[in-house]
Design a protein around this ligand. Structure first.
Ligand code: 5GP
Length: 194
């Protein structure tokens, strides 16, 4: 899909699983309800409380791969044994309407977005350490041992790539991290016509 919309209003928040991307975004979306959070597709099973169309579009692998073949995704990647992808259409229409859009994705997908949309703003959220990250994933209580091990192994690779990103923000103190991401987001809203 050709992507001609002004992508300077697109914020890509990336960083390892468990670093707190979702928590930071929930706080910012409560402050800035005019910002639209992209809903991804995934082949992983819903966690308790997750809803189709709200947290993710939960697809089986065949349906996911059909979407890939049809060029429906802005980016997609394999992560911890499952596929995740961002539907391009809804983002395109929001950007076209002048709205600011946020995507919360892992690092390989963020890299694909950087290649396709160099004007999108990329933020990498990093944990104080791998040990803290593992504690946070365990505290979430939603992953099997196998999934935790895969996520930590992937986090090592992702942290090594942090320097590729426009902004690297430490999530040690949550409020501090929220303010720093907010400082990146605010100028993007000023130029928005929404
Ligand atoms: P989880 O299974 O914990 O919901 O997500 C695992 C990882 O996949 C997280 O780092 C999350 O940010 C990332 N992710 C979620 N949606 C997408 C997507 O559409 N594309 C990519 N590349 N990663 C995603």
């Amino acid at each position: 899909m050709k992507f001609a919309e002004p992508s300077s209003r697109l914020l890509v928040l990336t960083g390892p699983s468990g670093v707190g991307k979702g928590t930071v975004l929930r706080a910012l979306l409560a402050r800035y309800p005019q910002v639209w959070l992209s809903v991804s597709a995934t082949t992983r099973a819903p966690r308790p409380g997750e809803r189709h169309g709200e947290n993710y579009f939960f697809l089986d692998r065949q349906a996911f791969m059909d979407q890939v073949a049809g060029g429906a995704f802005l980016e997609w990647a394999e992560f911890a044994g499952h596929a995740y992808g961002t539907p391009a259409g809804p983002i395109q229409s929001r950007l076209r309407a002048g709205q600011a859009v946020v995507m919360e994705i892992e690092v390989e997908g963020a890299r694909q977005v950087r290649r396709r949309l160099p004007n999108a703003v990329q933020v990498f959220l990093r944990p104080p350490s791998l040990a803290t990250l593992e504690e946070r994933i365990r505290a979430r209580g939603s992953d099997s041992e196998d999934s935790i091990a895969r996520r930590i192994a992937r986090a090592r690779e992702e942290l090594a790539r942090a320097k590729e990103f426009d902004h690297v923000i430490l999530n040690g103190d949550l409020n501090q991290a929220i303010s720093e991401v907010e400082a990146v987001l605010q100028p993007m809203l000023k130029t928005a016509s929404s």
